[in-house]
Design a protein around this ligand. Sequence first.
Ligand code: PAF
Length: 281
Amino acid sequence: MQVITKPDTIREIIKGVKKKGMTVGFVPTMGFLHEGHLSLIRRASLENDFVVVSIFVNPLQFGVGEDFERYPRDLERDRELARSAGCDLLFVPSSKDMYPQGYATFIDVERLTEGLCGASRPGHFRGVTTVVAKLFNLVSPSKAYFGQKDAQQALVLKKMVTDLNMDLDLIVLPTVREPDGLAMSSRNQYLTSEERKEATVLYKSLLLAKELVESGEKDTHVIRKKMGEVICTAKGAVIDYLEIVDTKELKPLDLINGQCLVAVAVKFGTTRLIDNIFVEV
Ligand code: PAF
């Protein structure tokens, strides 16, 4: 596995790979890899001849006062994990190379970015779409892989790919969970042991929503109220949002009729966790 830091170098390598007629699969990450990332890399390795993984803690997608500085970083560990999951090239650019002095171009997907995490984290998705577009340009993958845990991110990126006529398939794979249901996330390691126990209420609340819908409840106000009660059993939990939205435009629903996304964001101390589940009547 090669480790490359320079954008020009990766472009040259990819040119060579494509000349040989090989397909390129791409998994963009911010590092501190866990089973969720590894499931994406393994799938990319099954479906493509050459797999690129990027590790870049993108300053553009963090707001003021968020965790950019303390975001976990461990390149040695990530290098070994990525290699063993089937990565052929690890791309680890610097902020200076991604956003040199005078950088002035940004990508904004409208509407889909207004609610959920977009409302709580202004500018976050602009940072995500800008960096992912740049990475797609450098790697030119035929397939790129993302996790369902970041459901809004996946939808926003799909919209960007469609609207900007990008020539690639964006593949979204299921959320990987700990045995007690907590969605895997690099941020889980911020949790104290007490918060870690309490954090299981996210998935419990989502399972309750699914159960309620499956037993005929369609009123989202009733479902959200009961989910809130489950989350509030954790003393340290502060709900950021708890929404039931349609899966195309992410607009809040009053009544469930078809498929919808139940999405939660909850803070435990300084750690903000998100999770979601699809439900259908
Ligand atoms: O999901 C993430 O880890 C990041 O948002 C991504 C897609 C790598 C862009 O920085």
